[in-house]
Design a protein around this ligand. Structure first.
Ligand code: AMP
Length: 398
């Protein structure tokens, strides 16, 4: 029997979905993917087939509530029409923060939902949007098991040294104020395919750069997470589309005490108005920065590149060397200029890029370093949805 797995990834203004089919012991195969984006503003629904063919691209009907609830119901109705009314066998959710409690995927129960609610303060801008669809689907499809897959879980085994902040030790023990790391589903995917792509690196020391609208990097030793640039929240580390990345905590105190900004204003500043957008004044979108003639657009790109190279060197030190550097996510997979400039800055570490391979366009995993490069450089498209689908299936039958 063909079982289908629905994967839901809900953010602040979008609900993304993928529907996978599984027929045998092989990996689930993608059937449809799509999203409602622009929720609360001008919501738009798009859906594609597995080969990327556009199946729907339309403004949301006016009679559908402009909310996450409305978006999800619209997606379910579309799926119902396209699957002849078949219900999914299981639903997997991307959940941004698992705190200390969840270090592996979890079958959702009322008790798990209550615990997720308790974790909201750790990711106040993201976590509530993850919980909403879980509640709605529990109501709409009460017989279908749901599984939460956490972006923090991959990092849970990091050595304590790399999980701590140099606050009084009690803060990590009592309050859970420690480095969790994020984008774990993406790192898990890369770690799962690396043995076929570069067996030596898979067993050795790899630095992965997940460069999307959110951006982070992780150090992998033998496929396990050792350290990452994101910490207690998804704000630390690299600058991002609209997030600062690491910033002197003293700046926050100054904003509070001297500029008299309140917590909400500071939150908006750090999460929504900074990063590539804040530096450039042009856009949070890397493609628009490249297209811009504005000197500050170039400054923003240079800043981004310089921080990636610094973090790569820092993570390589943590690993005691670097056998491979992997680029993934929207910018990492598509932006040859960012990759070239990062690799140029890392030349002293033995990174030698093959310019032609780097410039070639392909949606496939590929090596872009020269044969003699001391560090192998790979571009590997990530697939967080597949990781969620795999976990959802496994967890549901457990
Ligand atoms: P993600 O969050 O992984 O979807 O990545 C979004 C980021 O990838 C945005 O900054 C996009 O501008 C960037 N991106 C997507 N395609 C390209 C491209 N062809 N060249 C440069 N950046 C791209």
């Amino acid at each position: 029997m063909r079982a289908s797995i629905l994967v839901v990834n809900a953010g602040s203004s979008s609900v993304k979905f993928s529907l996978f089919d599984q027929q045998d012991a092989a990996d689930p195969g993608l059937r449809y993917k799509g999203q409602v984006e622009g929720i609360h503003v001008e919501p738009r629904f798009t859906a594609k087939s597995a080969d990327g063919g556009l199946l729907a691209d339309e403004a949301m009907p006016a009679d559908v509530p402009n909310s996450h609830d409305g978006a999800l119901r619209h997606i379910l109705a579309w799926l119902e029409r396209h699957t002849g009314g078949a219900k999914p066998a299981v639903i997997g959710h991307r959940v941004v923060h698992g705190g200390r409690r969840f270090s592996r995927p979890e079958r959702i129960t009322p008790e798990v939902i209550a615990e997720l609610e308790r974790l909201v303060p750790l990711a106040p801008l993201h976590a509530p949007h993850n919980i909403t669809p879980i509640r709605i689907l529990a109501e709409l499809l009460p017989d279908v098991p749901q599984v939460a897959c956490f972006d923090t879980a991959f990092h849970a085994e990091q050595p304590e040294l790399h999980q701590l902040y140099a606050l009084p030790y009690d803060f990590s023990q009592r309050e859970g104020i420690r480095r969790y790391g994020f984008h774990g589903l993406s790192y898990e995917y890369i770690a799962s395919v690396l043995p076929q792509i570069d067996p030596q690196a898979a067993q050795g020391r790899t630095v992965v750069a997940h460069l999307g609208n959110g951006a982070s990097m992780a150090a992998l030793q033998g496929g396990r997470g050792i350290a990452s640039t994101m910490g207690f929240t998804a704000l630390e580390g690299l600058p991002m589309g609209t997030r600062t990345g690491s910033i002197d905590a003293g700046v926050v105190l100054h904003l509070l005490n001297h500029l008299k900004m309140d917590a909400r204003g500071i939150e908006q500043l750090l999460y929504k108005q900074s990063g590539l957008l804040g530096l450039s004044g042009v856009s949070s979108d890397m493609r628009e920065l490249h297209a811009s003639q504005d000197a500050r657009a170039k400054l923003a790109i240079d800043y981004f590149v310089s921080k990636i190279a610094r973090e790569a060197a820092s993570l390589a030190t943590t690993l005691g060397g670097m056998d491979a550097l992997v680029f993934t996510a929207g910018i990492g997979e598509n932006d040859a200029v960012v990759r070239r400039e990062v690799c140029r800055l890392l030349g002293w570490l033995g990174v030698a890029l093959d310019q032609d391979a780097n410039d070639a366009r392909s949606g496939q995993p590929r090596r872009v370093s020269l044969p003699g490069s001391r560090v192998a450089v790979h571009v590997i498209p990530t697939n967080e949805e597949l990781v969620i689908a795999r976990h959802a299936l496994k967890c549901a039958v457990r």
